[in-house]
Design a binder for this molecule. Structure first.
Ligand code: ATP
Length: 465
């Protein structure tokens, strides 16, 4: 299965979905850039999320808070003191690994609440079974905890508070908590309600493997839902169901999803589940759905000195809202979508249209496909065909992301579009000039139909929307 991962990584590079960051300088560990098709797919994932979370929900509003925030926020949130992963270093090859991951690989569960001493003890007990994932040796340093917040040197001028380091945000939800009161006072909402936001987050991740699954700069999509304390768990169940349904609506195969219940909850949490996806390297966390109690608003109340309680207009009851959250990385959905869509098909049995013996195809849900329609002239050196293809492309481009391609032979062009998941290819040939028709090829069946040029838009409208 790791083989599938390598194939997906290579397709991402070859076709312009994902590039390693700063590649001409030798790369930059655990950071990736999204290429021309990658940015389209990532944007489609984000808009599907925004539609489900904000557009279709009268009780949820959007927000875009800044990446830089007051340093006290990260103290209040507990990140300065506790946002740390235990790690060991291999003394032979100097690769650093997360201890919880090494233990998980040999089937031993650790717990995020454990002290450095406790986790070191478990590591020592199991040391004989653990090998360095990079070089296979068993020569490890002692366990150290490593803070994941990324420090910045913003505005080191004269302000007192700047004594504390400024951080790049480690998660987007803190921006939601500190704007809760602003939103409440300005939007026409009352409890229960949610605030959704997408944006960059930064973490000094120790283990930088598994492609875009775990990166040091990544984009999160988070929704924090503010509830009455007594309604928290009821709303939590509703959110869990909605988030599961979201992945099904996105086109992810249900057999590749599963729930993981957290057995050891942090002290303030009421309940915590992850939705896991069956990546080529196993079932791993895609999204976290947590019932967080009143911890977040209480902490910010305490550290800011502001009253963040809510008063019910009808009953006059005053309380600190309890929060349930949904939190997911765009990159993790991106990878899950690619893994779900990637297929290799044997075409040995008569498929003359493409004359290929096998193909790689991304069977992406149509709403996520980076390019919806590709338009080709059958032959590239016939100006008449090229001109007509250009006309058709110009007609469609305001409605759909389209591509006009007259490079190489037609079989190669189809192959390229299959690999980037384009649902439809329109080809102009010599018959076009006799009867004003083109062929339109379906990515999944590879069947071609002849349709009138004037009905292309109607055809696509029916198939794509
Ligand atoms: P993990 O256990 O995998 O480190 P986490 O439990 O620390 O993840 P959260 O802090 O709950 O993750 O973050 C919420 C979501 O943000 C995760 O479910 C994941 O989708 C995404 N995410 C977290 N860290 C990263 C990362 N380094 N790269 C990409 N996505 C991430």
């Amino acid at each position: 299965m790791q083989d599938k991962m390598q194939k997906i990584i290579s397709l991402c590079k070859r076709r312009g979905f994902i590039f390693p960051s700063s590649e001409i300088y030798g790369g930059f560990a655990a950071i990736y850039d999204y290429g021309p098709y990658g940015v389209e797919l990532a944007n489609a994932i984000k808009s599907a999320w925004w539609k489900a979370m904000v557009q279709e929900r009268a009780d949820i509003v959007g927000l875009d808070s800044a990446i830089f925030m007051h340093p006290k926020i990260w103290e209040a949130s507990g990140h300065v003191a506790g946002f740390a992963d235990p790690l060991v270093e291999c003394k032979d090859c100097h690769t650093r690994s997360r201890v919880d991951h090494l233990l998980e690989d040999i089937g031993v569960q650790s717990d995020e609440k454990m002290s450095q001493k406790q986790i070191n003890q478990i590591f020592i007990e199991n040391k004989k079974k653990i090998k360095c994932p990079a070089c296979g040796q068993q020569n490890f340093s002692i366990v150290k905890k490593f803070n994941l917040l990324v420090k910045a040197n913003l505005g080191n001028f004269t302000d007192d508070w700047i004594q504390d380091p400024v951080y790049l945000r480690g998660e987007t939800c803190q921006g939601i908590y500190v704007n809760y009161r602003n939103v409440l006072q300005t939007a026409r909402i009352k409890i229960p309600f949610g605030i959704a936001q997408t944006g960059k987050a930064f973490r000094n991740e120790i283990t930088a493997r598994q492609f875009i699954f775990r990166t040091r700069e990544f984009e999160q999509m988070e929704m924090q839902y503010f509830t009455h304390p007594k309604e928290e768990l009821k709303e939590y169940e509703k959110l869990r169901q909605a988030r599961w349904q979201y992945y099904l609506d996105l086109g992810i195969k249900e057999k590749n999803l599963k729930w993981h219940k957290h057995e050891n909850l942090v002290f303030y949490a009421k309940e915590a589940y992850d939705i896991e996806y069956n990546f080529p390297f196993g079932f791993k966390e895609l999204e976290g759905i947590h019932a967080r109690g009143d911890y977040d608003l209480k902490q910010h109340s305490k550290f800011s000195g502001q009253d963040l309680s809510y008063q019910d207009q009808k009953t006059q009851e005053k309380y600190i809202p309890h929060i349930i959250e949904s939190s997911v990385g765009v990159g993790r959905i991106f990878l899950a979508v690619l893994c779900d869509a990637y297929q290799e098909e044997d075409l040995a049995e008569g498929l003359p249209a493409d004359k290929q013996s096998s193909r790689v195809v991304l069977k992406l849900p149509k709403n996520l496909a980076p390019i919806k329609v590709a338009v080709f002239p059958l032959l590239r050196n016939k100006p008449k065909l090229v001109k007509k293809a250009q006309e058709i492309y110009d007609n469609l481009k305001s409605q759909y992301m389209c591509e006009l391609d007259d490079n190489g032979n037609i079989g190669k062009r189809y192959r390229r579009q299959d690999e980037i998941g384009t649902p439809y290819c329109v080809t102009v040939d010599f018959n076009t000039f006799d009867d004003q028709t083109v062929t339109i090829r379906d990515r999944d069946t590879m069947k071609q139909e002849r349709i009138k040029i004037k009905s292309i838009e109607e055809y696509l409208e029916k198939k794509l929307n």
